[in-house]
Design a protein around this ligand. Structure first.
Ligand SMILES: Cc1cc2nc3c(=O)[nH]c(=O)nc-3n(C[C@H](O)[C@H](O)[C@H](O)COP(=O)(O)OP(=O)(O)OC[C@H]3O[C@@H](n4cnc5c(N)ncnc54)[C@H](O)[C@@H]3O)c2cc1C
Ligand code: SF4
Ligand code: SF4
Length: 373
């Protein structure tokens, strides 16, 4: 009898490849929630805690430095707000944010009008990539206004991780009445890696001449004068995290680049609003990977269009959105950002792997591939 040589099957228990849990859980999710609490930090800033409803849905798993969008039944266009605490310090399913009152602003105005505790909200996140990097370069953080929220979350996380890095955090306000979170940053300093320095400096640009405040001027000017020009820090060897109003962030980027910080060592998060320009998609670069469509927080901010028409250059074009299985005719599908719907969250810009989305692209519809009707 001939014997057949069967190949042997290994009985070793080898685990199968698993999805990257961090990546999987970090996918953008939308949850129904309630405004659990509101704390007044000063005359123009509230700290709010949003609690997701306990309906068994997967949690929103953000990282320190990311943000989410919030909307209410009254304000259905979402607004972006950064997580103000590192997730490891939040109660399960809760998210803390700072909201600064914006003159004429609908969402912030609604929150300040009366105590909105208990109001239903819808939260979508996590969004953004302004997270702690794994380098060991000293950290330079600069924030203005409610940009302090993101830096608090980042530094809480860094302190908890006992990162082996020095950290200088300069916060820019106008007057002493703008300042808050003293106790929170004392707690971060106390928890910081004891082998490294942690310095928190509040810089005031409009403090009265009669006060004896030690750090005065625009925060970016003060950074240059008191730290860079004097050689107290070497920004060429540091990693910068900038957060807050666009003019402050722009000024800080320009100053740091001039002082020799490499572009790759500057991370920033600009708190844009509806008055900022919307990004544009260059369809000649787009590889139709759909990443921007996964992260967009608004239903129709990015639309798949069959045709796009503009009566004159630089006027808002009208478009025909592709309805799969229904749109007739021959077309090349092209993605288009509708500036009227876009909330300037810039999630799509960060998500695009080929740099096809930018505020710098030509707004003239002719730049969109094969789509001029
Ligand atoms: C990534 C990111 C993170 C952010 N994080 C925070 C945060 O942590 N905390 C925070 O406070 N903010 C944050 N913001 C800003 C926030 O999303 C809102 O833009 C801000 O709160 C204003 O919203 P609002 O509804 O009050 O104002 P809006 O109603 O959106 O109005 C904003 C401004 O535009 C003006 N305006 C509105 N409509 C018009 C119009 N048709 N024509 C001319 N002007 C108009 C208003 O007068 C106002 O000055 C962040 C923004 C981004 C992009
Ligand atoms: S188009 Fe981009 S920037 Fe605008 S809301 Fe959508 S994802 Fe955000
Ligand atoms: S993420 Fe970029 S490449 Fe992908 S579909 Fe959107 S625009 Fe195109």
């Amino acid at each position: 009898m001939s014997s057949v040589a069967y190949s042997e099957t290994s009985l070793d228990l080898q685990p199968l490849p698993q999805p990257d849990r961090e990546f999987y859980y970090s996918r953008v999710k939308t949850r129904e929630a309630v405004l659990k609490s509101v704390r007044k930090l000063n005359y123009d800033t509230l700290e709010i805690v949003v609690k997701c409803r306990d309906d068994g849905s997967p949690p929103i798993c953000g990282q320190a430095g990311q943000y989410a969008t919030l909307r209410t039944p009254e304000i259905t266009t979402p607004r972006s707000f950064s997580f103000a605490r590192a997730p490891e310090f939040e109660n399960p399913n809760e998210h803390t944010f700072l909201v600064r009152l914006v003159h004429g602003g609908r969402f912030s105005g609604w929150l300040f009008e009366q105590d909105r505790t208990g109001s239903p909200m819808t939260i979508t996140g996590p969004l953004g990539s302004f997270t702690l990097d794994s380098s060991n370069k000293p950290m330079l953080c600069v924030a203005g206004g409610s940009g302090i929220s993101v830096i608090r979350a980042l530094l809480e996380h860094a302190a908890n991780e006992k990162v082996a890095r020095d950290c200088l955090f300069l916060y820019g306000g106008r007057q002493q009445r703008d300042l808050y979170y003293d106790e929170e940053f004392k707690a971060i300093k106390a928890a910081w890696n004891p082998n490294h320095r942690f310095e928190f400096v509040q810089v005031l640009s409009e403090d009265e001449g009669t006060s004896n405040w030690a750090h005065r001027g625009l925060v970016t000017d003060y950074l240059k004068k008191a730290y860079i020009d004097t050689g107290r820090i070497d920004v060429r060897k540091m990693k910068a995290y900038l957060c807050g109003p666009p003019p402050m962030v722009n000024a800080a980027v320009t100053m740091l680049e001039k002082a020799g910080t490499s572009g790759g060592d500057i991370k920033f998060d600009k708190f844009e609003d509806s008055t900022s320009p919307a990004p544009v998609i260059d369809n000649t670069k787009c590889v139709l990977c759909d990443e921007c469509l996964y992260v967009k927080p608004v239903d129709k901010c990015i639309v798949d269009v069959a045709s796009l028409r503009s009566a004159t250059p630089n006027t808002t074009p009208s478009y025909t959105q592709i309805q799969p299985g229904q749109t007739p005719g021959l077309y090349y599908s092209s993605l288009y950002i509708d500036a009227k719907e876009c909330i300037r969250c810039f999630s799509c810009v960060e998500a695009c792997p080929v740099g096809a989305i930018s505020v710098g692209y030509d707004r003239n519809v002719q730049s969109i591939r094969q789509s001029v009707g």
